[in-house]
Design a protein around this ligand. Structure first.
Ligand code: URA
Length: 270
């Protein structure tokens, strides 16, 4: 890789909003991406303006100074040929954030790794932490009913194992609190790699944490739901989290969630 390619590579991820990178094979070697770009920029000559014709160096110009930097080993957002197995291996016995302290198990995700539809929740609860599988508690049972019940009613032949289900964070937050921004960012890189490896036709974001992680918005579910959003080029439908729908006074939200799901299922499977 040339120096300019390295610089463009780092700036690309910076533009995507990636702030931290990790060195492959070392658990806690996080580097600040903006700092790396700054370091690199201070060592390199400025990039030529986009349309400027490159000028040949004057005949007396001194030879360029030898490169002093060692390119960092990066895990790109999605390494070429990335697989779920490689992602799981990179997560390892993760200690990258404080959520590792209270977890029993990492909940990686489950379902069809070639799924056309992926559901993204917030983070494991007690049942998920105990079983190692996402959405197996009360909210999970409702999610299963929603997927299978709506599909059956709409004449779409899919069951829960046909889709893939994952969360923004893979370790249970203490007292089921909402994941913090740094936890979402650190763990989100693995969710993003999973999504890029699966390449679904659509993503269904369950609740505001999933919406925030995928869309980078603070907008609430009520505003976002019902209309297609995008994560890179993949259509995203935001809808209510099943836990919210379990609260007895949310009848209207339940109807809206079913409408959202119908829309997603027809888009993906028709
Ligand atoms: N809630 C979530 O967001 N994810 C789970 O896996 C379970 C409950």
């Amino acid at each position: 890789m040339t120096r300019d390619e390295i610089r463009q590579f780092l700036e690309f991820y910076q533009d995507l909003g990636v702030k931290t990178i990790f060195e492959r094979g070392s658990a806690l070697q996080a580097e600040s991406l903006p700092e790396l770009v700054d370091d690199l920029n201070s060592l390199l000559p400025p990039l030529p303006a986009a349309k400027a014709t490159p000028k040949p160096p004057p005949p007396t110009a001194p030879p360029p100074a030898p490169m002093k930097i060692t390119p960092p080993t990066l895990i790109p957002l999605a390494p070429e040929g990335d697989t779920m197995q490689a992602i799981r291996a990179d997560i390892g016995d993760c200690r990258r954030c404080r959520l590792c302290e209270g977890r029993n198990q990492i909940v990686f995700g489950s379902g069809n790794e070639g799924a056309r539809l992926v559901f993204v929740g917030e983070g494991p609860g007690a049942d998920e932490d105990a079983s190692g599988l996402p959405f197996v508690g009360r909210a999970g049972q409702l999610l299963t009913q929603m997927i299978e019940g709506t599909a059956a009613k709409e004449g779409i032949k899919i069951l829960r194992p046909d889709v893939y289900i994952a969360n923004v964070v893979k370790c249970r937050p203490p007292e089921n609190r909402t994941p913090m921004p740094d936890e979402m960012e650190i763990c989100g890189q693995f969710l993003f790699r999973q999504l890029l490896a699966i390449k679904p036709k659509a993503i269904c974001a369950l609740g505001s944490t999933a919406a925030k992680a995928l869309l980078g918005t603070k907008e609430g579910v009520t505003k976002l739901r019902g209309n297609w959003q995008r994560w890179y080029d993949i259509p995203v439908m935001v809808t209510y989290h099943p836990s919210y729908l379990l609260r007895p006074y949310n009848q209207n939200a339940k109807r809206e969630a079913w409408e959202d799901l119908k829309k997603v299922l027809h888009f993906v499977y028709d």
